[in-house]
Design a protein around this ligand. Structure first.
Ligand SMILES: Nc1ncnc2c1ncn2[C@@H]1O[C@H](COP(=O)(O)OP(=O)(O)OP(=O)(O)O)[C@@H](O)[C@H]1O
Length: 608
């Protein structure tokens, strides 16, 4: 059964009710001291003109001092008592929340499925719960205690005013009802309405920011940057508009509050004057009314706070009462979970047809003027449909070469031509259709599998989607997921294993495969040797006969199917030839090949 979150907090707070009530009374005392201070000071100012007896004046002056001091002391003790009570309740809630979480650790698989569907990390879940528990503290200190204080002050102020003139008490009661009930209800309604839209928008915008920065290279590679920026812009504009409207409505409610205070004071004064109340007392009534309504207006802020806290409170209450059904069921997405951020309509429509002959001519690249060259005079000839593997030790320049080939990195000298035309002269939006693929440090977007795959080709059919996922070895996993293609993969694929993440990236590159040259930077990284061989073979086959494939890899198995293997070392081509030729020559390739073959034999013998 689902209980209202406030009832759950109430039950937990019951043992500390005495302390909370004490804090409420102290808060009321503070407000009353403030009210009495104003009333006494007003009396003093107004009656001083009539030269009252000195002892009366002295009493009033002492009262003003005493009230001013007691107001500060009361405020201090109220804060101490309130925090003491609230922190005791929070300690209790926190212990119970962690106990409830610990009790659920058993169903790890379920958790994973739930997290997949909800699009959250367990770390997110935990940090969110920590702040949710703090909502309990805010509920007690910023809603309950001021609420008790405002009710008490209001009641006593009405009684006081009624004692002077019953009709003035009635006018004050009316004003207090408006300030302490109607306006807070209005503020809560407006806050609820906008909070429901602002929270998911803010979450989605944060996702956009991560994707636009971490995924900048991928967006550029797939020609989707403009579309992604436009989406983020539109979202930011919507959020700004919404926040502007919320702020304007908030000011309007606050303005109404001031209007109510003034109108109530005017009404009380009119009634008192008509009833012939003594002039000094009329002044005291007027100022006292302003102070009492102001205390009631504190409830407008409390109502806003309460509305904002409700989502967190509901989560805590659901966890404690088990109303969330344990780890969330797969089809539930939290109301404020960011919307998937991809679906970025890249310009996939323009297909660049034809066969592309690529040449790399005397390319040199240096990242820092004083540093060593990353590429040092590279020459390559890549006829359409050729299969080239680039290998070499770490830092040899392999990824830099792919960067130059895809136009991401501009060489210091030399050039890359595509069918004889300098790559630099290709229109930026056309280049990704000719050359591209899987680059190093590719970004997985916080979106569904489908949206991640469609990044480079929004118009792909289900068969094409399945074809690319199949070639990357991802299809079986997708079919096993309860949400299938709509499974959300988390921030940068945080809810995928390393292998699944890599297969997803490869599938995306294959689906968006450009017409001319498909570059694959370590496509099988993180896969076990058997899977790596299968995936590499199917991915290469998927490219078809007309497309050139340039593969960067540390793993040398399977390169016998490649036309040429380029061995880079310190930015230069150290060796080149077929796999068979290179294993015959002494050098890095042969050593590496023997080492890897030996390691795999050992691996197999240990495994068998
Ligand atoms: N953005 C960069 N800024 C400065 N230096 C860079 C940058 N990228 C690469 N380098 C340097 O250029 C050289 C070649 O790097 P590159 O990443 O191309 O090598 P790699 O063969 O792909 O290495 P690995 O196999 O480790 O990925 C390295 O010395 C590297 O430190």
């Amino acid at each position: 059964m689902r209980l209202r979150p406030e009832r759950v907090v109430w039950r937990l707070a019951r043992p500390y009710l005495g302390r909370l009530l004490g804090a409420g009374l102290l808060a009321a005392g503070t407000e009353l001291a403030g009210l009495a201070l104003l009333a006494t000071a007003t009396w003093l100012l107004v009656s001083a003109a009539g030269r009252p007896p000195l002892d009366t004046l002295t009493v009033a002056i002492v009262a003003v001092r005493a009230l001013a001091i007691s107001r500060g002391v009361l405020r201090y003790t109220e804060r101490l008592a309130g925090h003491d009570a609230a922190l005791r309740v929070v300690t209790e809630v926190r212990a119970r929340v962690f106990a409830a979480l610990a009790a659920r650790r058993g169903s790890a698989a379920q958790h994973r499925a739930a997290q997949n569907s909800a699009g959250r990390h367990s770390g997110d879940l935990l940090s969110r719960l920590v702040s949710d528990v703090e909502a309990v503290q805010d509920l007690l200190l910023r809603v309950l205690v001021p609420g008790v204080a405002a009710a008490l002050v209001g009641l006593l102020a009405v009684l006081g005013a009624s004692a002077v003139e019953p009709l003035a008490g009635l006018a004050l009661a009316g004003g207090l009802l408006l300030a302490g009930v109607v306006l807070p209800a209005l503020a809560a309604m407006l806050t609820r309405r906008t909070a429901a839209r602002v929270a998911p928008l803010r979450g989605a915008l944060a996702g956009d920011a991560v994707d636009l920065t971490s995924g900048a290279a991928d967006l550029a590679a797939f020609g989707a940057t403009r579309a992604a920026l436009d989406r983020a812009d539109a979202r930011a504009r919507e959020l700004a508009g919404l926040e502007r409207r919320t702020a304007a409505l908030g000011w309007a409610v606050d303005g109404l509050g001031i209007l109510v205070a003034g109108a109530t004071s005017a009404a009380v004064l009119t009634v008192a004057l008509r009833a012939g109340v003594d002039g000094v007392l009329v002044g005291v009534l007027g100022v006292g009314t302003l102070a009492a309504v102001e205390a009631a207006l504190a409830l407008v802020g409390a109502a806003r706070q309460w509305t904002r806290l409700r989502t967190g409170l509901t989560r805590v209450a659901d966890l404690l009462t088990g109303a969330d059904g344990g780890p969330e069921s797969p089809d539930r997405r939290p109301p404020d979970a960011p919307e998937p951020t991809v679906g970025i309509g890249a310009a996939d429509s323009e297909k660049v047809a034809g066969r592309w002959h690529c040449r790399v001519e005397r390319v040199r690249l240096r990242y820092r003027r004083s540093g060593p060259p990353a590429l040092d005079g590279i020459d390559l000839d890549l006829p359409a449909g050729s299969r080239i593997a680039v290998v070499g030790p770490s830092g040899a320049g392999k990824s830099s070469l792919l960067g130059v080939l895809t136009g991401m990195v501009r060489p210091d000298s030399g050039r890359v031509t595509l069918n004889g035309v300098d790559l630099a002269d290709q229109p930026a939006e056309r280049l990704p259709r000719i050359v591209g693929g899987l680059l190093a440090e590719a970004h997985v977007f916080h979106a569904s599998v489908r949206e991640n795959l469609l990044l480079g080709r929004t118009g792909a059919t289900e068969e094409e989607l399945a074809g690319a996922a199949g070639a990357a070895g991802l299809l079986d996993w997708v079919r096993q997921q309860p949400a299938g293609w709509d499974t959300v993969v988390g921030e940068d694929g945080g809810q995928l294993s390393g292998g699944q993440r890599q297969r997803l990236l490869l599938a995306r590159a294959l689906l968006a495969a450009p017409a001319g040259i498909l570059v694959l930077d370590e496509p099988t990284e993180g896969l076990d040797p058997g899977a790596a061989d299968r995936v590499l073979a199917s991915a290469t086959a998927h490219a078809g006969p007309d497309r050139t494939v340039v593969l960067v890899t540390h793993r040398l198995s399977g390169l016998d199917r490649y036309d040429e293997v380029i061995v880079l070392d310190a930015g230069r081509i150290a060796h080149r030839g077929s796999h068979a030729e290179l294993v015959e020559q002494s050098g890095w390739y042969r050593d590496q090949w023997l080492r890897q073959a030996g390691a795999e034999r050992d691996h197999l013998s240990v495994g068998s």
